[in-house]
Design a protein around this ligand. Structure first.
Ligand code: AMP
Length: 395
């Protein structure tokens, strides 16, 4: 696995694929600069070596050239974070851009215009990738958020740098974190999978059964498993057509010696509302008119004990409807348990959509070992897929 440390960038132009797909407000100001912050170590390494950076990214989903998706909106945010003046190109390919890239001096940064202003980007067009490749001497991929896409700038362009290509430090960290959970982490290994639906997590569950010692299943997924085993779940969310599958997962887990932990009690409500009446109930005895919306106290205690036995922990998906304050406590307490285990030496990785939002919302970001920056890319990695952007650098 080639990383930044394998190269000296002195007098070289690094063509860096970053993920600067950041949220903007109505005044086109960056409202969350995490993704720019995350790319900083890679950019600084190149500049400190005495090289220059050509940064390329997409922003949003433009249809052709649309001013509101211009990367010039984020020029100031990059300058503030990196502390270096940024030159902004009016396109991402073409003679004018090549001239700008050729004239870059050590220590300078050139930001290309939105890659997705050209439809060739998402089409993975080879000619377009070749034009991009003219802008740098070494290709660096640091965009985990798009590593599951075989686009021109994330995958195809790597072909034009057979020797001179590597992972940026963010992407390298993402790969190492996933490898710890999937291959190299200390045992016992635990995965906590929550969220709404079994159907969206099934490939992950099946893949992860070969890697973990313990699996906590929580959130809305719980009820498909409980009903499949004969429990009464009232009006709780359930995918009846996935009950067979749930039983099969339980059987597979037994055969593979994976201990599955489901909630034993829930905080149930008489409506899907923050102000509903609530009651703690046995997870197998929820009457009609009631639905389980968070983990109950016994479940939280069991999960805490499991988390604190484990040395490697993956967390994907909330344990309840955390967006409503009344049903956020199970997710918060799980975060506390994982923070505690991490303090005591466990490695913890949080990844995939809503769990990242929950971790940020409840302030656990700095209390876990690593929070993944990629939603879809993280989920596909956990499903065991080889991401095209990663394969292209390994080739
Ligand atoms: P996912 O994107 O699959 O990780 O699902 C996240 C969503 O699951 C969040 O919006 C939660 O509100 C929802 N969720 C978690 N627990 C429950 C539950 N018991 N009933 C309904 N929705 C839930």
């Amino acid at each position: 696995m080639k990383t930044l440390q394998d190269f000296n960038f002195e007098n070289k132009r690094a063509l860096i694929r970053v993920d600067f797909n950041v949220p903007l407000n109505e005044a086109f100001e960056v409202t969350d600069s995490t993704r720019i912050q995350s790319a900083k170590p890679t950019i600084i390494k190149v500049l400190e070596d005495g090289g220059s950076c050509v940064l390329m990214s997409h922003l949003g989903r433009p249809k052709g050239v649309q001013e509101e998706f211009s990367l010039k909106h984020i020029e100031n945010a990059i300058e503030d974070i990196i502390g270096v003046e940024v030159k902004v190109a009016s396109d991402c390919v073409g003679e004018d851009v090549e001239a700008l890239a050729n004239n870059l001096k050590p220590g300078e940064i050139l930001l290309l215009e939105n890659l997705r202003f050209h439809k060739e980007e998402t089409a993975g067009d080879k000619d377009f990738a070749e034009k991009l490749s003219r802008l740098g001497d070494i290709y660096v991929n640091d965009a985990f958020g798009t590593a599951h896409r075989a686009h021109a700038s994330t995958t195809v362009v790597a072909e034009f740098f057979p020797e001179n290509k590597c992972f940026g430090s963010l992407l390298a960290q993402e790969i190492e974190s996933i490898d710890k959970v999937m291959k190299t982490g200390d045992k016992p290994v635990l995965a906590v999978l929550g969220g709404a639906k079994v159907s969206s997590k099934i490939t992950i569950i099946e893949n992860i059964l070969d890697k973990v010692d313990h699996l906590i299943i929580g959130g809305g997924m719980t009820f498909t498993f409980i009903k499949a085993q004969g429990g009464s779940i009232g009006d709780s969310i359930c995918e009846d057509d996935k009950m067979e599958l749930a039983l099969d997962i339980l059987k597979q887990a037994k055969e593979k010696n994976v201990k599955i932990h489901l909630p034993v009690d829930v905080l149930a409500a008489n409506a899907f509302s923050n102000d509903a009446d609530t009651q703690i109930m046995d997870v197998t005895a929820i009457p009609d008119g009631w639905q389980g919306l968070d983990a109950g106290p016994k479940s939280k205690a069991i999960f805490d004990e499991v988390v604190n036995q484990c040395k490697t922990i993956l967390w994907n998906g909330p344990l309840g409807v955390f967006e409503m304050e009344s049903f956020a406590n199970g997710t918060i307490e799980l975060g506390n348990s994982i923070a505690e285990a991490t303090k005591n030496g466990a490695f913890s990785l949080v990844g995939g959509g809503d769990s990242v939002a929950a971790v940020k919302q409840f302030g656990f970001e700095n209390k876990v070992s690593y929070v993944s920056t990629g939603g879809g890319a993280m989920l596909e990695s956990l499903e065991g897929k080889t991401l095209p952007g990663i394969a292209a650098i390994m080739a």
